[in-house]
Design a protein. Sequence first.
Length: 383
Amino acid sequence: MKFVFFHLMPYPYLPDDFDTRYPSPSLTFPNRYFDRETGNRLYHRYLDELEHAERLGFDGIAVNEHHQTAYGLMPSPNIMAAALARRTSRAQIMVLGNAIGIRGNPLRVAEEIAMLDHLSNGRIVSGFVRGIGWEYFAHSINPTRSRDRFNEAHDLIIKAWTSDEMFQWISPNYEYRYVNLWPRPLQQPHPPIYIPGAGSTETMRFVAQRRYTYMSVYAPTRVVRRWFDGYRDSAAELGYEPDPEKIGLSIPIFVADTDAQAHREGRDQLMWLFHKGLKQGPELMNPPGYMSPSSMRGVLAAGMTPFPQLSYEDLLSGGYAVVGGPASVTARLRELRDELGFGQLIGLFAIGGLSHERTVRSMELFSTEVMSALRSDQPATTG
């Protein structure tokens, strides 16, 4: 199994009246609540944690992109990847990912990832995401164009990476008279590509057709199983079975010395993530036209409870997160692996306002006791 340390880089210091006064930490939440000195300290702390993850033996260290939100302070994940490229030497540096659907110039993404591939000596992983609904509002882009923009940007980037001759690109959303990428990526034909899915059948087929890695977003186990099965079904229709490592479970994880300590220290931070950080109404997550009718029917049929309505016990029993001492976390992850069939674990360890010291302790316990135990197991099966 492959283990990835994923960071959202949250800004957890919200006002006391946030719950009653503000509908979301995104888009319209006033930036006067961002304290410059605190933000400065957080960026350096978070980079320290990512670098420490490599020393602990994680296979990958991952960053991602979000805009105009306290949920995650990385409007440019490629800058964070560049900061990590020269301070690490072994782990894959995973951008999970660039929101190419909202980029006005996707060719710039192709250039930056190619540069990062060289700076990291071929360790870069390129994730592509469509961007969340509110981010289309933030960039004044009609969300009904999301899928087409994503597909066209993806195709342009892949061709730019793999073509050894100048070409012209004319499509409904992008126009380039000259495409002649300098530098080309170090990895050939291009860096590995990861794409998250949240129930869209189009995404499942898209990833299966190209044999990319499919990763989940935060959801209950029963829903993630539907997503992974949909991806496997799409692959089966194409005549192959994806390697378990091509399936990545994204999940918050907190480990302490004992179960009691883990629940005592982790409860409030997990509730921050799901009740405050993920306090996004449907109008922000899935505005009209963002998803196709068939995909929207699938999302509605899944019957997911809005995050702010879930209790701490709901989050743990439903498989949204894993919290406990090393033995309990190991056992729970084995259960999830055997049920879901993933071969890659993308763990979020810096949860909510969890202190740096507790985050590092959780990482270290996971590395020395949980990760080593899971690595010794047999490959995952779908049960």
